[in-house]
Design a binder for this molecule. Structure first.
Ligand code: HSE
Length: 308
């Protein structure tokens, strides 16, 4: 059995407009890398962390905390050392903490001969999310570990449902260069919704899932609506309405806030359209003078994976 593994840890888009805290999807074009190796001493050490200024103490690092949750349940006398090479910016809204937590537990499970199921790995990784945002949400770590789209049907008990990914679906994600902490962008949300708001939201959620299973791109597009969270959080995102409307004019099926923001995502049918959409989104930020990163990606159906 190997003692060391290098992994790709994908970025993810959570919520996907109508699925707050329950829907997410894994991307291919952007993600971190990690190297995990067995060590004889107990516990977890983080010996390298490049690309972002994040804590390296095990109990303050999402990979460390998620890894410790796994180690507590594992039949393993030793521990692990972790190297983290961040490409996903913290506070960008594309699952930076989830990538580290999911990457750590997936790699440890491989090195131990896969004693844990993917569902158990999601539970361990959720401990990292709890450290990062105060809430153990699974809508980034589930797609990072299962790949593709996932639905958190239930949190108690945890029930993750893998959802189909139409082969021509591409995501365009633009990240205005500001940091929004998930914990902060959760605090501004209202905690009650009306029956009318609920009806709109679950109609769209059902529509989106039906569209994903039947390759109905138009249905996917018109289901990307969120009348509950988006109106509140979009106030934190420069040029949100304009970016979204220009993207749709350029051919996007629809879009919204990626996770807790500030990144904005759109879906398109085909890579060419997704690239045109990227151009239209960039132009808005160039016009209003906001720095950005942009990613065009197909759907990553594998989730975290070993690389060489
Ligand atoms: N569902 C979470 C939120 C995702 O929107 O707060 C955070 O990436």
């Amino acid at each position: 059995m190997n003692n060391e593994i290098r992994v790709f840890c994908p970025a993810t888009i959570a919520n996907i407009s109508c699925g707050f805290d329950v829907l997410g999807v894994s991307l291919d074009a952007v993600g971190d890398e990690m190297v995990i190796r067995k060590k004889s001493g107990k516990g977890i050490t983080i010996s390298k962390l490049e690309g972002q200024d994040l804590p390296m103490e095990t109990h303050l690092n999402v990979a460390g905390v998620a890894g410790m949750a796994l180690l507590e349940k594992a039949d393993h006398a030793g521990g692990f050392d972790i190297e983290i090479y961040k490409k996903i910016k913290a506070g960008s809204g594309i699952g930076s903490s989830a990538a580290s937590a999911a990457g750590a537990v997936w790699a440890m499970n491989e090195l131990l001969g896969k004693p844990f199921s993917k569902l158990q790995l999601v539970q361990f990784a959720m401990e990292g999310e709890k450290l990062a945002s105060g809430v153990a949400h699974a809508d980034n770590v589930a797609p990072a570990l299962f790949g593709g789209f996932t639905l958190v049907r239930s949190y108690q008990p945890l029930d993750i449902v893998p959802i189909a990914s139409p082969s021509e679906l591409f995501a365009t994600v633009i990240h205005p260069q500001i940091e929004v902490k998930t914990a902060d962008s959760r605090k501004i949300l209202k905690t009650n919704i009306t029956l009318k708001e609920g009806i709109r939201q679950w109609g769209n959620l059902g529509g989106l899932i039906a569209g994903l299973f039947t390759n109905d791109y138009e249905l996917i597009g018109r289901s990307l609506e969120d009348h509950i969270v988006e109106p509140v959080r979009s106030m934190l995102i420069p040029g949100f309405d304009q970016v979204k409307s220009e993207a749709i004019k350029a051919g996007a099926l629809g879009g919204g806030i990626s996770g807790s923001g500030p990144s904005i995502f759109t879906f398109s049918k085909g890579q060419d359209t997704a690239e045109k959409v990227a151009k239209s989104m960039k132009e808005v930020y160039e016009h209003i003078g906001v720095d950005y990163d942009v990613h065009v990606s197909n759907i990553n159906t594998a989730g975290v994976k070993a690389i060489h």
